[in-house]
Write a protein that binds this ligand. Sequence first.
Ligand SMILES: [Zn+2]
Length: 71
Amino acid sequence: MIVTEVMHMADPNPPEIRCLYCGKTYPVGADQCPHCRAPAHHRPRARLRQFRWFVALLALLCLVLILWLPR
Ligand SMILES: [Zn+2]
């Protein structure tokens, strides 16, 4: 019984997130807070990875243009 309580407290991914605006908790999957209807601030990791690739390609394009365009 003690072991299960410790494991519950050490859970790195709690199933609920705290709203930034009203301070109440709600499930992670929701896209908006059910209490104040503010948009959820947790973004899916796939979108973040996609955005990182977009930034890397944009930086590469800028480097190519710096070298290619005349001064
Ligand atoms: Zn809220």
